[in-house]
Design a protein around this ligand. Structure first.
Ligand code: EPS
Length: 394
């Protein structure tokens, strides 16, 4: 991140989640209700476990906002964990509470449990799993909502939808999707409990989740996230870490359980001749946002040479099935060294719909950062003026 920085803190069953985001210009209107709407989108989705019945995420603004407007200072956010009530001594900061809950010594394959316990020299795996838990993504969504609000003011929309769960997939060709199609699919997905705009595919996804619930395993899937309304020229070709596609891949891979990221047609591009996968350029005088040209396809996913080309930026990500599941897997006790079959408490069967909302949050953060890198500004007025000046000179 170049102009926008953020950090999150908090354990899954600790007191709550904290976040700080710095770099948002002053005078941006922002309400807790706006952030809460995104938090509740993340909490929904068919296939979530018992924990989501306990939590009802609400953000508190701790700093950086006054009378409904940002003031240019770091914005600090807080989300309470309702489950904390059940963990006050088990997750207490005080030494006298030590031993209030038994240590976890049985690492779940696929989780941070084993490498984390070894790396941080922890006999109690709880000290790892509490932070590696996807509970953290509630704060990532809160921080991402601040970036989303900033982008909205500049006419940039971010959305997404689920494309596959457990092998049940909707048929889709990302390169053929223009901004209007992406917006429609994303808005249709809002009405679906698996966040899939295709009713037939959504029904198959739901069936797959029901089967997984009955048989005791978890499911992964894929989702698309887009940003549209972008000007040509965010990101840069001049250095590897300034390329926008590199920054997006970094951010998406930073979401728990994400194992693959594609931009545009991604892996599909590798199988086709060059004559079929470039997005040809046509004149469009007056459309300054795109550099006075238009494209009829979007194989590149809106990024050429690490820079936006004015087309929607399209990312598809793959989430692996959640490691915690009822069906036991073989593992080894980290204290006794004895083999056992991993224990189960409770978990989500499928969190792909939630992951797509988290994907929208990280997309917003990366695009807002690239926008501020290019246009700067300490107030919204200044940022807007810089942006308009760029478009006028296009
Ligand atoms: C998670 C396990 C479950 C999920 C949790 C992530 O929580 P618990 O262990 O309390 O049952 O519900 O996700 C959230 C709490 C959330 O807000 O998304 C895990 O082990 O990663």
């Amino acid at each position: 991140m170049f102009r926008l920085r953020y950090l999150t803190a908090g354990e899954s069953h600790g007191r709550g989640l904290s976040g700080i985001i710095e770099g948002i210009p002053a005078n941006l209107p922002l309400t807790p209700e706006y952030v809460d709407r995104q938090l509740s989108r993340r909490q929904s989705g068919f296939g979530r476990g018992g924990r989501m019945k306990i939590e009802s995420d609400r953000v508190e603004f701790v700093s950086g906002i006054r009378w409904g407007l940002t003031i240019g200072s770091p914005i600090a956010l807080y989300i309470e964990n309702r489950d904390w009530e059940n963990w006050q001594s088990g997750m207490s900061a005080l030494s006298e509470d030590k031993g209030a809950v038994p240590p976890v010594t049985r690492p779940r394959p696929g989780h941070a449990d084993l490498p984390g316990a070894k790396k941080y020299r922890q006999d109690d795996i709880r000290n790892i799993l509490e932070r590696s838990s996807a509970r953290e993504t509630a704060m990532r969504v809160a921080v991402g909502s601040v970036a989303r609000r900033f982008l909205e003011e500049l006419g940039i929309t971010v959305g997404g939808f689920v494309t596959a769960i457990g092998g049940a997939a909707m048929r889709i060709e990302p390169s053929a999707l223009m901004a209007e199609d992406l917006k429609r699919l994303s808005s249709d997905a809002e009405a679906s409990d698996v966040r899939c705009p295709d009713d037939v595919a959504a029904a198959r996804m739901r069936e797959a989740i029901e089967k997984a619930m009955t048989e005791g395993y978890s499911l992964g899937g894929t989702f698309i996230v887009y940003a549209e309304g972008l000007p040509v020229g965010l990101g840069s070709h001049i250095q590897w870490d300034r390329r926008l596609d590199s920054r997006l891949a970094h951010a998406f891979m930073g979401i728990q359980a994400i194992k693959g990221v594609e931009i545009g047609d991604g892996f599909g591009l590798a199988d086709k001749p060059g004559s079929e996968v470039m997005d040809e350029i046509f004149p469009a005088p007056g459309s300054s946002r795109t550099g006075s040209v238009l494209r009829k396809t979007n194989h590149a996913g809106g990024i050429e040479g690490g820079m936006t080309n004015g087309m929607p930026v399209v990312v598809r990500a793959a989430m692996k099935p959640i490691p915690t599941q009822r069906k036991p897997l073989r593992s080894v006790d980290t204290v006794s060294g004895e083999p056992f079959e991993a224990a189960y408490e409770r978990s989500d069967v499928c969190a792909v719909p939630a992951a797509s909302v988290i994907g929208e949050a990280v997309m917003s953060l990366v695009i807002a950062d690239a926008f501020l890198e290019k246009f700067g500004g300490d107030s919204m007025e200044e940022t807007r003026r810089n942006y308009e000046g760029y478009l006028e000179n296009m």
